[in-house]
Design a protein around this ligand. Structure first.
Ligand SMILES: [Zn+2]
Length: 458
């Protein structure tokens, strides 16, 4: 086996790992694990336009760890460029990908259209990376499989997906042939998440590709509800608007559930209107409700979560919110304010000091979210500078990623150390810190690979 890192090196985005497996007949089987889009810094986003070192036509199979765009969003382009094999994933990942990939394509088309209308793109005409038609083709290749089933990929190679607790449908991807096995962690969830069940313990793998988003951090242990109630109450007292940029899948549902609990306990005003303004998050919430056995909530709790917010679908309804006075709470995507409807809300609400912009998740370098948390006095939206006078806050301890202590604890479940643990999916300082933690605590052999690096697995 050979493993090539086509993304998620020195960054948390663009996850793509290529496995070349020599078969008994002397041929080669090529499997891609995750097919994610680069996001964040411009130099990273530009990589989405680069030609891959491998022709997608030559890949036999793709396997997805989960539906988040930084793990699945390159798929439409991959299919447009010739890939025609199966894309294995869990059922919930398939359903979520249908929503996310179409939305991603729509956003790319809108961005290109907007750039052409305003003439602020350096490329004329600006083209989308892929279209909704491309996304539709990719969706037809999604092949749902159950958790913990051995799937035959041919030539003596099998794969198995195990629950990783990160978001609905997320999985550890195990691949093996008669000689070697490798486990891709994808994104690892947390043992005590309010919605998702704990990641399953894995006992064995010859090689491990491990995420390290929080390789250098420990999550705050305080109950996020207390801080959330404080922030909402302060803003509501000022008759302001709380704008919460959320990831449509996972974080949106988690926030809705917290807001439901706060309203139910009287910690925040029960009559403050809450809007979920993201068709994608609305769909993801319905999917969450559908797969009840895969998360911790009872049917009653799940139902309450779905009815906490007024669901906003139409564009006109969304625009009207920008002309509505507070107090109100708006949850809108995208979570790092890189695109989507939340950007229009920032334009409308960031200039007013009455309002609060509340970030509730990891903000990758180069995103508007990271800039605002860094104290930026203005942010660039659609070619214009928008002043930031609103209160910018961050709600810690809501991560869907294990911190380094939780990862070390999960690694403790291995009965013997992998031959090498490849540390990926982190900013450089986080990946390096994770490497040191593993070496110090477990004495395992580790490696932080470079972009496009290939390693032999024997
Ligand atoms: Zn993820």
């Amino acid at each position: 086996m050979k493993l090539t890192f086509l993304g998620a090196t020195g960054t948390v985005t663009g996850s793509k790992y290529l496995l070349n497996i020599e078969t008994k007949s002397g041929d080669e089987k090529r499997i891609l694990i995750d097919c994610g889009l680069f996001q964040g810094l411009k130099q990273l986003r530009l990589r989405n336009w680069d030609t891959l070192p491998i022709n997608p036509k030559d890949i036999h199979t793709v396997i997805l760890t989960h539906a988040h765009i930084d793990h699945s969003g390159y798929l439409p382009l991959f299919v447009k460029n010739g890939f025609s094999g199966k894309v294995y994933c869990t059922e919930a990942t398939r359903d979520l990908c249908e929503v996310l990939l179409l939305d991603s394509a729509y956003l790319q088309e809108e961005e290109a259209k907007y750039a052409n209308k305003r003439g602020f793109s350096k490329h004329l005409p600006a083209l989308p990376l892929y279209t909704q038609e491309d996304a539709q083709k990719a969706i037809t290749l999604l092949t749902a499989v159950g958790y913990e089933q051995d799937i035959d990929l041919g030539d003596g190679i099998t794969t198995r997906l195990s629950p990783s607790g990160h978001i609905l449908g997320s999985a550890f991807v195990h691949i093996q042939n008669s000689k070697t096995s490798i486990l891709f962690s994808g994104d690892i969830g947390r043992p005590h998440d309010i919605l998702m069940k704990a990641p399953v313990r894995i006992k064995q793998a010859d090689y491990l590709v491990l995420e390290s988003t929080y390789g250098n951090r420990l999550h705050d242990k305080t109950d996020p509800k207390i801080r959330l109630a404080e922030i909402i109450n302060q803003t509501v007292n000022r008759k302001g608007v709380v704008v919460i940029p959320v990831f449509a899948v996972g974080r949106a549902q988690e926030l809705l559930y917290y807001i439901h609990l706060l309203k139910a306990s009287g910690a925040i005003e029960n009559n403050t209107p809450v809007y979920l303004n993201s068709p994608m998050a609305v769909d993801a919430t319905a999917i969450f409700n559908h797969y009840r056995g895969e998360h911790r909530l009872t049917p009653e709790e799940s139902h309450a979560l779905c009815h906490t917010a007024i669901m906003v679908n139409g564009i006109e309804e969304s625009k009207r919110l920008n002309e509505t006075n507070g107090p109100m709470i708006i949850l809108s995507a995208s979570g790092m304010a890189t695109g989507g409807r939340v950007v229009h809300h920032l334009k409308a609400f960031a200039p007013n000091p009455k309002n609060t912009i509340l970030f509730v998740g990891f903000q990758a370098a180069g995103t508007r979210g990271a800039a605002m948390l860094d104290g930026a006095e203005s942010i660039k939206i659609h070619g214009q500078y928008v002043p930031v006078h609103a209160d910018v806050k961050y709600l810690p301890n809501l991560s869907a990623h294990a911190d380094y202590a939780e990862i070390l604890d999960w690694l403790d479940g291995f009965e013997s150390p992998p031959k090498t643990t490849f540390i990926t999916h982190g900013e450089p300082t986080a990946s390096d810190a994770m490497r040191l933690h593993i070496e110090e605590k477990l004495h395992w052999k580790t490696m932080v690979p470079d972009y496009l690096q290939t390693v032999d697995l024997n």
